[in-house]
Ligand binder design. Structure first.
Ligand code: R5P
Length: 299
């Protein structure tokens, strides 16, 4: 890593930032934020920045953060940064990848272009890519790098639930299920899901024997928790002995957590892409390794 790469970070992500600073040998550069009474934000960056700057911002609750990225990236360039990498462990707005109804904004493409205009490189973990094959199609930055939390979660599952049956709650989860299963030889299968609204999903279980199995539901995201809750109810009704959950991105609130537990879910494990009480594995070493490779290969 260049000894002159700085990590720009915000006060609400200080713990994750300090871990990454240590792991990737970066110079800390905290962004000061002021919220005006009318809701506007004033940012203040360190007044001299090195050529290489990394900006850490995970993009849960993304709307305000997208404005912060705009202000921070443009200011960083005016203060001397020539190569700026966004590290967004959770990348928002990836799920709306087509116009499902006439007139709908294709948020994935629009937000992806916005980020590509601001940053030279974007690093993220398990972005929700469904109808596009690569992150570069969604975020056309010079370098668009995808890391995966699935192997980390697979290692955790192997330690805590050896012999688990991995179940993906929908077709999109097949990619993460395949990675995790390949790593530890888990039995695995994927449900089919039809979403009728934000809080309504219909799930059909795959034709596999469930009686007495310790099932782990593995997915990229749990948000309202309805997908996990509905899948857990069906799995338990079909004879599963236990249902635990492993997700890369814990977007859910404490109410959703309670709903999942009420549906019979035992443990819920997440990566720390989003800081959350369910965090059980850290992606910091992955992010640090990706930054080392990026700085080694940067044109
Ligand atoms: C969508 O396909 C994702 O992989 C998740 O299954 C989905 O976002 C979960 O949403 P919720 O928790 O709101 O049901």
């Amino acid at each position: 890593m260049s000894p002159y790469a700085a990590l720009l970070y915000f006060d609400d992500e200080q713990a994750a930032a300090l871990d990454l600073i240590r792991a990737a040998d970066l110079v800390p550069a905290k962004v000061q934020r002021h919220f005006f009474p009318d809701g506007e934000i004033r940012l203040r960056l360190p007044d001299a920045l090195p050529e290489h700057v990394v900006l850490l911002r995970t993009l849960d609750h993304p709307n305000e953060k997208l404005v912060e990225l705009l202000l921070a990236a443009r200011t960083a360039r005016s203060l001397g940064a020539r190569h700026i990498t966004l590290v967004a462990p959770y990348l928002a707005y990836m799920r709306q990848d087509i116009a499902f109804n006439p007139g709908e904004a294709v948020s994935q493409r629009i937000v992806g272009r916005f980020l590509a205009d601001l940053f030279d490189a974007v690093i993220t973990v398990d972005p929700h890519l469904h109808r596009v094959a690569t992150l570069a199609e969604a975020v056309p930055a010079r370098q668009a790098i995808v890391l995966s939390g699935a192997p980390l979660l697979a290692d955790l599952i192997a330690a805590r639930r050896p012999g688990a049956l991995l179940i993906g709650p929908d077709g999109e989860s097949a990619q993460w299920i395949a990675q995790a299963a390949a790593r530890h030889g888990f039995d695995h299968a994927v449900c089919t899901k039809l979403r009728h609204g934000d809080h309504a999903v219909a799930i059909a279980l795959p034709p596999v024997a469930l009686a007495g199995r310790a099932v782990v539901l593995l997915d990229d995201v749990a948000s309202t928790g309805h997908t996990v809750a509905q899948a857990a109810r069906l799995l338990l009704a079909a004879g599963a002995a236990t249902v635990d959950v492993a997700v890369t991105h814990a977007l859910f609130s404490s109410e959703s957590l309670k709903m999942m537990r009420d549906a019979g879910v035992g443990e819920i494990w997440s990566t720390d892409c989003i800081a959350h009480p369910t965090n059980a594995v850290s992606v910091t070493p992955l992010l640090a390794q990706a930054l080392h490779s990026l700085f080694r290969t940067r044109p």
